[in-house]
Design a protein around this ligand. Structure first.
Ligand SMILES: Cc1cc2nc3c(=O)[nH]c(=O)nc-3n(C[C@H](O)[C@H](O)[C@H](O)COP(=O)(O)OP(=O)(O)OC[C@H]3O[C@@H](n4cnc5c(N)ncnc54)[C@H](O)[C@@H]3O)c2cc1C
Length: 499
């Protein structure tokens, strides 16, 4: 077991500091004077130097240990999912990729800003016409005569728009004939340099995550060559390594959020009397509460797994099935859990200070950004069905029994998966199979957590839940579904004309 003594103090000081700061902040929210953090609130939080966890030790940080990064994200999301996302953006979308692929000459200046001056950084990939289809991006660069890169384009929906000190910007090389190359390059830009300053064309009114500014950014920059990130092979592989590492750190942001939801639901359901009984006496409430515990256990298993496998020295570009499984499933659990808490709390859940209703809006975009979940599930299924075809395997059971990520957990799903899947099946079927496979992959993580001594009752419930979910996906997959949209939906479709 690693020496945790310094970290234990660091994280417990941070947790108690946040508790105090947020008890004050919640008063602000109740009075509706401030829907985001005030500058003072954010500055007080940053006094704890939480981002030092993802700065290399040679630059004064705590050395980029995944467990520490996830611990900071968890502590923050117990109080505020927005705060945790601010840290998630800085850690996974800026500091880790910059530490790994940035040029050494720029590192002292950049890391000093984070360690000494509460600096912040974010990532620019999405463009107004290229979101899910990020590789179609049109932002471009070419090398100028003066040996600087000229970078031009429009990006939007970047977390920390107008607030970050540094950006990683994804772009394509513009060739001499004006066409764009296929590979992606990433540059680090510095807002304190006039010719690198990214202008905010518009701030968006985001419908949740209030403390995080979003908007549209215009880029017309001149950037030194030392700002170009250096991939190990192709730029696309570097981008996939970055995105997969980030997806594998989503459970850190989810962990405190799901734990808080479980705590809030338990307190409310215990204290609330209906016909003389606490809510927790009702069967349906017990079932809903056990689903919150399931989410908590799954997320714990994912944090445990990511801490052990996704160190920044590992190249994760080929970890698509794992990264997609973790990101898509944990963010579905976040949204479902927020909905469940809001329901369980009845009308109290609809108050603005309720963690559940705030959580519904705040967790919703997690299912969309860094890959919409249905796309990620579809990709899992594509990868599995491709391998099944290649290895001439006829049933999912046969394939998952020999697949590294599932072979130890497949025993729980015996008798359920004796059917084949085809690469050519409709996308909606791929999404179902992706969801199904993700639950089997997660069963393996849960088992590994059990082997380390995690609460066995939570583990047993969690495995039962996963089996139940898989059996529902099997039914759904096997049910004929050729429903397609009706083109003339405005014709003869007024009920009033029929009365
Ligand atoms: C709160 C928030 C924070 C964000 N943070 C950042 C950030 O920090 N940096 C950054 O660069 N970007 C960020 N984004 C942008 C985000 O990554 C994109 O919005 C996302 O990739 C979706 O792109 P789009 O909005 O253009 O949707 P579209 O590409 O128009 O897709 C819309 C929907 O269509 C469906 N769809 C799309 N493609 C397919 C397909 N191939 N198959 C099946 N269904 C499909 C999905 O349901 C998808 O949600 C953020 C967005 C939000 C809302």
């Amino acid at each position: 077991m690693a020496d945790n003594s310094g970290y234990k103090k660091f994280i417990s000081d941070f947790e108690s500091g946040l508790k105090e700061i947020f008890s004050q902040h919640h008063q602000e929210v109740k009075n509706l004077t401030n829907r985001g953090f005030s500058k003072e609130t954010l500055a007080a939080i940053m006094e704890f130097n939480p981002l030092s966890v993802s700065v290399p030790s040679e630059y004064g940080g705590r050395g980029m240990k995944v467990k520490e990064c996830l611990g900071v994200l968890e502590a923050a999301s117990y109080e505020s999912l927005s705060l945790s996302l601010i840290f998630g953006i800085n850690i996974a979308l800026f500091l880790e990729p910059f530490a790994k692929y940035g040029q050494d000459s720029l590192k002292p200046k950049v890391f000093k800003k984070f360690i000494e001056e509460q600096g912040m950084g974010g990532l620019m990939i999405s463009e107004p016409l290229h979101g899910s289809d990020a590789l179609g991006m049109q932002t471009s660069h070419f090398l100028n005569g003066d040996d600087t890169y000229h970078l031009k384009g429009t990006k939007h929906w970047q977390g920390l728009t107008g607030m970050a000190d540094f950006w990683l910007v994804a772009s394509k090389e513009q060739k001499s004939d004006g066409s764009l190359g296929r590979d992606i390059s990433i540059f680090v830009t510095d807002q304190s340099e006039d010719n690198q300053k990214i202008e905010v064309a518009e701030y968006y009114k985001n419908n949740g995550l209030y403390p995080i500014p979003y908007g549209k950014n215009t880029l017309d920059l001149s950037i030194p060559q030392e700002a170009l990130l250096e991939p190990e092979s192709t730029g696309i592989k570097m981008l996939m390594d970055l995105l997969h590492r980030s997806r594998m750190q989503f459970p850190g942001m989810a962990m405190g959020f799901l734990k808080r939801i479980m705590h809030e639901a338990h307190t409310y359901c215990n204290d609330r009397l209906v016909r003389g009984n606490s809510l927790l006496q009702f069967d349906q409430v017990q079932y809903q509460f056990s689903k919150l515990q399931h989410a908590f256990t799954v997320c714990s298993a994912m944090c445990h797994h990511s801490s052990l496998t996704s160190g920044y020295d590992v190249n994760l570009s080929l970890f698509g099935v794992e990264a997609n499984t973790i990101k898509a499933y944990v963010t579905d659990l976040m949204q479902n859990s927020a909905q469940t808490l809001t329901q369980l709390m009845g009308s109290s859940g609809y108050k603005i200070e309720s963690y559940g209703s705030r959580g519904i809006m705040d967790s919703r975009p997690f299912q969309i950004f860094e890959g919409p979940n249905e796309m990620l599930y579809g990709q899992i299924s594509e990868a599995v069905s491709k391998q099944m075809m290649k290895q001439k395997m006829s049933t999912l059971m046969e394939y998952l029994s020999s697949y590294d990520l599932t072979k130890d957990a497949i025993k729980h799903f015996k008798g359920l998966l004796d059917f084949g899947v085809e690469r050519s099946m409709p996308q909606r079927k791929h999404v179902i199979i992706g969801q199904l496979v993700s639950r089997v992959v997660v069963a393996d993580y849960v088992q590994n957590l059990a082997n380390k001594g995690f609460n066995s009752e939570l583990i047993n419930n969690c495995i039962q839940n996963l089996i139940y979910e898989v059996s529902q996906f099997v039914t759904s997959y096997k049910t004929e579904n050729q429903i397609s949209p009706v083109e003339g939906f405005n014709d003869n479709s007024s009920w009033k004309s029929l009365v």
